[in-house]
Design a binder for this molecule. Structure first.
Ligand code: ADP
Ligand code: MG
Length: 322
């Protein structure tokens, strides 16, 4: 039987890779983190609860990846460089095969972004995973929600809607072939945080948010915090490759109000379009322009001919969702 301390030592403790940034990692009462000189520290936490954020019995390797990915996505949305993270979690039993896969999935993504696991807390209980990430961003360059300006272009990274399509497939709301479901579901189970793009946009874009609860709602947060409005060209939104093969109504619904996309929605001045496109090429991520920030408040949806669309995209909310 694994003890709590065996478990931490075996699956969540590794030799420090960068003693400069992390003078003291797992094993003491606190970790010590040395911020890069002159930088601000960006901090964010995200919790994943079994049965709420992921299906009971979820693949542990994908779950490890996703738990960290959704947190790295928040750093990306601020334009911050990942430094380190903590992992606080409850698990019902210490099964070595589960722990091995979970930590491997998580630490592979951590290594890919040079983000060290520096501490946490481990307890027995219903499966629940809470990660806190720490990143570095230069003063004044963070991509804040309150920084959109009238006239800014609205940009979206990657594609939207395939994770929501997979959920609809699992629920039997939409009929998908096995292949289509597997492809769409990879977006749901294994999201790609846009970390390189976020950093490339710091100092170039104005406002940004990561799209986790549906674009319309998440863009709405930028609009509210920046006290502006937007014209959004719904049919210009980049649909995921599986969703792209479906009818217009479903595409509109799931690109606007899907969840679990973990793409970046950001605003930038039209004068910097070429630089945005170059930043996206450098980061290896496609970006699509799909609207404009307006001085008048409110989100107005337009079709491909510039006509107003009367859609009511619902954003996801844990306390009002069924
Ligand atoms: P304390 O009793 O001071 O809260 P713990 O006994 O909970 O410390 O943890 C021992 C050490 O292991 C601490 O350094 C803590 O940060 C680390 N730790 C606990 N759980 C995890 C985990 N899941 N991943 C990484 N480090 C962990
Ligand atoms: Mg503790």
């Amino acid at each position: 039987m694994l003890s709590e301390f065996d478990l931490i030592a075996r699956y969540f403790t590794r030799p420090p890779r960068d003693a400069g940034a992390v003078p003291l990692g797992v094993g003491d009462d606190c970790a010590l983190l040395a911020p890069p000189p002159g930088m601000q520290i960006a901090i964010s936490s995200d919790m994943l609860v079994e049965g709420r954020h992921f299906f009971p019995g979820a693949d542990p390797s994908q779950l490890g990846h996703k738990s960290l990915a959704v947190n790295l996505s928040d750093l990306a949305a601020m334009g911050a460089r990942p430094l380190a993270f903590t992992l606080a979690f409850a698990l019902p039993s210490a099964r070595p095969d589960w722990l091995e896969a979970f930590s491997a999935g998580m630490l592979a993504l951590a290594d890919a972004h040079g983000c060290a696991l520096i501490g946490g807390d481990t307890t027995k209980g219903p499966l629940n995973i809470c990660i806190t990430v720490f990143g570095a961003v230069a003063p004044g360059l963070a991509l804040r929600r309150d920084a959109a300006q009238p006239g800014d272009d609205i940009w979206i990274s990657g594609t939207l809607g395939d994770a929501r399509l997979a959920l609809a497939g699992y629920r039997g709301e939409v009929t998908l072939s096995d292949d289509a479901l597997a492809n769409a579901a990879s977006r749901m189970h294994s999201p790609t945080p846009r970390v390189a793009l976020g950093q490339a946009l710091a100092g170039l874009a104005h406002a940004a948010i990561d799209v986790s609860d549906g674009l319309a709602g998440d863009l709405g947060h930028i609009l509210a915090r920046s006290r502006v409005g937007a014209l959004l060209e719904v049919d210009a939104l980049p649909a995921g490759p599986v969703l792209a093969g479906h009818d217009l109504a479903l595409r509109r619904n799931f690109t606007l109000a899907g969840g679990d996309d973990y793409e970046l929605c950001f605003t930038a001045p039209p004068a910097r379009r070429e630089e945005v496109l170059q930043a996206a090429r450098d980061a290896g991520t496609v970006v699509t322009r799909a609207g404009t920030i307006t001085p008048e408040p409110g989100l107005r949806l337009l079709d491909a001919n510039g006509r107003s669309l009367d859609l009511q995209p619902a954003s996801f909310d844990h306390f009002t969702a069924p």
